[in-house]
Write a protein that binds this ligand. Structure first.
Ligand code: 9MR
Length: 484
């Protein structure tokens, strides 16, 4: 059964003056019938991680998104889909995009010789976890095999190679892909066409040719054109707009536009919602396809708070337009992000840290999707004291004291940290403690939910050791970093 959900007006309290996302009531069909697919045990080897019950208030992005009628996705790396990475991918997201495994250079490095192992693994994983797949990507100037880049082509010969490639790849996964990024990054920043091998050999019509070939190969997949720096209204997004308009006028099969959204904190375009809306008004769907928000590293807690507001605002911008189908983050963890390699000095761009611990950005997404922590999310600060009180060969007892150093009362708390040395919490008091991989969350007991300004709460636990007992170095209170 599909339910209609009334979308709440986005109320965004922004740390960034440049970012203004309006809100409008609108209706996505809530895919509540899909939400039940989540919460399955993760992949093999991870039973222990997920054996602890999830605290009632812990947000699950895919469930929250489904209730609002959108999907929440992540790019993935096939070889990492096990352990905590696999568990979180399966539990939190209802769409996955191969980061690299479906690109032409990955699947057909030499002409006529195919490698589908990574792509197959991702599609299989998605089906096992009730997830959609965004196929990425069929025609792109980058990560192309040399035989395509360096071939000497006529318009006809390259068109045939391109449409054969689309028929082979989209045909292989026919009926199993929800959205295809058929053409990726066709524009320069000024809105002129990028001089890719396809553009130079075939000309402007290569995009229509590619879309028609994709429709023929997999009639049920939604066909997208995807690009970056097209999130706000600007010359490049206007070129994309004009392309979509002209394709629609010619009857070329196009179902949607992907706004990649590789963003920098403090520079999220204020016109994002208006831009999404103008594409929707053309009669196509829209998706945020590669969201990340980078910052200089190491991040400060102020930067992480700003990033949280911006993840929330981008998610809210999608929710505010009924034709926005969903949001995909480009890697959910900082350990699986392209940013540090390509932008030295930048990083921390995703919603989870390198140890799979949710960052404030994760709670920002959840809040945009309607989640509340049953109380106040502190805007102030906190201080944590961590003390090992007793230790033996295989275990230890520790106590955590949390001080509310802000001027606002905390009413309901979660304290989170990540173990640096494989420790596991076995038993806790004065809090309910759950652990997933190395990520630990301690939730208040009913009797100690409130922490007045300046007051402290203390809880304790026993832990198991599998090596050293190095102390955690960072803690958050309701998603906000504390001083340790
Ligand atoms: O995340 C991908 C990274 O692992 C690759 O090295 C890189 C090569 O260009 O491609 C990355 O993904 C890109 C995506 O396919 C298209 N939009 C930009 C993404 C980041 O470069």
């Amino acid at each position: 059964m599909k339910l209609l959900s009334l979308r709440r007006a986005a109320s965004v309290n922004l740390a960034v003056a440049s970012l203004v996302i309006g809100g409008a009531a609108s209706g996505h069909a809530a895919a509540s019938d899909q939400a039940g697919a989540s919460g399955q045990a993760g992949v093999s080897g991870q039973a222990a991680d997920r054996s602890a019950p999830r605290a009632a208030a812990e947000p699950v992005l895919r469930e929250l998104a489904a209730a609002k009628g959108i999907y929440y996705g992540t790019a993935v790396t096939a070889s990492k889909l096990n352990g905590s990475y696999g568990s979180i991918t399966g539990e939190q997201f209802d769409s996955i995009t191969p980061g690299n495994e479906m690109k032409w250079g990955s699947v057909e490095p030499n002409r006529g010789s195919y490698n589908w192992s990574g792509a197959d693994a991702i599609v299989d994983f998605a089906e096992a976890h009730g997830q959609k797949v965004r196929g990425h990507t069929l025609v792109w100037h980058s990560q192309l095999p040399n035989w395509v880049i360096n071939g000497s082509w006529t318009a006809d010969s390259l068109r045939t190679v391109m449409t054969d490639h689309i028929a082979t790849e989209a045909g292989r996964y026919k009926g199993r892909i929800d959205h295809w990024d058929v053409v990726n990054e066709p524009f320069n920043e000024d809105g002129t066409r990028r001089q890719s091998v396809f553009q130079t050999a075939i000309g402007d019509s290569y995009i229509a040719d590619a879309l028609r070939a994709a429709r023929a190969a997999d009639p049920t997949a939604k066909l997208y054109v995807n690009d970056y720096n097209v999130e706000g209204v600007n010359a490049k997004s206007t070129a994309l707009y004009n392309l979509v308009k002209s394709l629609k006028e010619q009857g070329v099969p196009i179902d949607g536009v992907g706004l990649q959204a590789h963003l920098i904190i403090g520079q999220v375009p204020s016109s994002m919602q208006a831009n999404i809306q103008r594409f929707a008004d053309l009669g196509v769907d829209v998706a945020i396809t590669e969201l990340d928000i980078r910052m200089t590293v190491p991040p400060t807690s102020a930067q992480l708070a700003q990033q949280k507001a911006e993840y929330k605002a981008v998610t809210s911008a999608c929710l505010a337009v009924s034709r926005c189908e969903g949001v995909t983050v480009w890697g959910f963890t900082d350990s699986d992000s392209w940013i540090p390699e390509v932008f030295p000095g930048y990083g921390a761009a995703t919603p989870y840290d390198e140890n799979f611990r949710p960052k404030p950005a994760y709670y920002g997404i959840a809040e945009a999707l309607g989640w509340t922590d049953g109380g106040t999310t502190p805007t102030g600060s906190c201080a944590v004291t961590y003390a090992v009180q007793n230790q033996w060969n295989s275990g230890f007892t520790a106590q955590v004291t949390v001080k509310n150093t802000s001027t606002e009362a905390v009413n309901g708390w979660k304290v989170a940290w990540s173990w640096p040395a494989g420790q596991r919490v076995t038993q806790a008091w004065n809090a309910t403690v759950t652990q997933s991989g190395s990520a630990v969350t301690a939730t208040n007991a009913p009797y100690n939910a409130a922490i007045a300004p300046g007051a402290t709460v203390t809880f304790g636990f026993n832990g198991a050791l599998s090596g050293s007992n190095s102390a955690p170095t960072a803690f958050t209170l309701n998603g906000t970093a504390c001083t340790a």
